[in-house]
Design a protein around this ligand. Structure first.
Ligand code: CA
Length: 369
């Protein structure tokens, strides 16, 4: 029996006790007896995603999760990752995890707004929290408790599963010079951002990532947002539209999520539960790190090699969208007690963190530029 198995079975402190009281040989014999008496049970999980298999950034999160879980558990928990459509369609991930078709899922909470309206706050809110702030609200500001409460009736446990950082505003084939230019525009834009566009006179369309390029190229939609330079370049969106707008007012730091079937999670021994939680937390930070590193290189390529024209939304357009966004979100919250509860927590956190970030993050970035 190899020593690393001794570690995983007994833990480091138990190991030192055993070795401290007897010879190495005796310790090994004792371990064998432990192994014979209690063979380690292994678990195989299926993880379904809303992303195409191995899609850069978003799709790599669940792959890394699977790899780290297997490594940390020494193979006692293995996770097989299924891309969108391989086991279930992209937008049925939540249901699949809820029903136990898969033990785990990876996606974004705003995809489930039809089922859990308040879930949107756990992906992104127009003009809301950025990545750093959202991580803080969920982890240390009471967000996670509210999120768990929302998914509890579905037998699903949520966890943060990555963040894109501030997204880009989207791809258009015409310039946006005033709020009126959004009227009649058929744009792929999910979640609350979509509702804001609708109130500004546009038509929001919900499409999973894998269907965006064809829809834009064939004119089924006039415009789209996706993520940012790294992902948008990979999808070839620059081949179907020439104007690339910023900033992504609608998604200022979109969080991805892991979902776990509650029963499957609770069947795991405590150490494997901890491994699942720690691996999710690792992926959450890792994805943001990767996006930050790759987006600027991809933007250079889009502009330098493909001639993409980068445009900033005019201030008055952003201001108009901001006004619509605030009233839209408030209105949704007033209609539904479960949304109101999350909204109140989110808004309180936003107001406070905004004050502090004025004199910290923002002040520093302005100083540097
Ligand atoms: Ca997006």
């Amino acid at each position: 029996m190899k020593k690393r198995h001794l570690f995983s079975l007994l833990g480091a402190s138990a190991l030192s006790l055993v070795i401290g009281g007897c010879s190495q040989e005796q310790a090994t014999t004792e371990t064998q007896q432990v192994v014979q008496a209690k063979p380690a049970k292994s678990y195989q999980w299926k993880l379904v995603t809303t992303w195409p298999k191995n899609f850069p950034g978003l799709g790599e999160g669940p792959e890394r999760f699977a790899k780290e879980v297997e490594r940390m558990s020494d193979g006692r928990l293995t996770v097989k990752v299924y891309g969108a459509g391989e086991l279930v369609p992209a937008l049925e991930v939540f249901d699949a995890v809820s029903q136990g078709t898969a033990e785990a899922g990876h996606g974004a909470a705003y995809y489930w707004k039809g089922k859990v309206p308040a879930a949107q706050f756990f992906s992104t809110v127009p003009f809301g929290l950025n990545a750093q702030e959202l991580n803080s609200w969920v982890t240390y500001g009471g967000g996670l408790e509210l999120w768990k409460e929302l998914y509890e009736p579905f037998g699903v446990i949520p966890a943060l599963g990555g963040n894109t950082g501030v997204q880009m505003g989207g791809w258009f084939n015409k310039e946006i010079n005033s709020i009126d230019d959004l009227k009649g525009l058929k744009m792929r834009i999910p979640g609350l951002g979509g509702e804001v566009l609708e109130r500004a006179g546009g038509t929001p369309v919900q499409l999973p990532g894998g269907e965006i390029f064809t829809a834009l190229q064939t004119g089924t939609i006039d415009a789209t947002e996706w993520v940012g330079p790294y992902n948008d370049l990979a999808f070839g969106l620059h081949k179907a539209a020439k104007f690339y707008y910023y900033p992504g007012w609608h998604e200022p730091g979109t969080a991805l999520e892991f979902t776990f079937n509650k029963k499957a999670f609770e069947e795991l021994p405590k150490d494997l539960q901890a491994i699942v939680e720690v691996a999710a937390r690792m992926v959450n930070q890792d994805m943001l790190d990767e996006y930050t590193a790759r987006n600027n290189a991809a933007l250079e390529e889009l502009v330098g090699k493909h001639g993409v024209q980068v445009r900033r939304y005019p201030d008055d357009v952003l201001q108009a969208l901001r006004t619509i966004a605030d009233s839209t979100i408030k209105e949704i919250a007033e209609k539904d007690a479960s949304v109101k509860k999350v909204y109140d927590s989110f808004e309180k956190f936003r107001a406070n963190v905004q004050k502090y970030h004025e004199i910290s993050e923002k002040a520093y970035i302005n100083t540097r530029s």
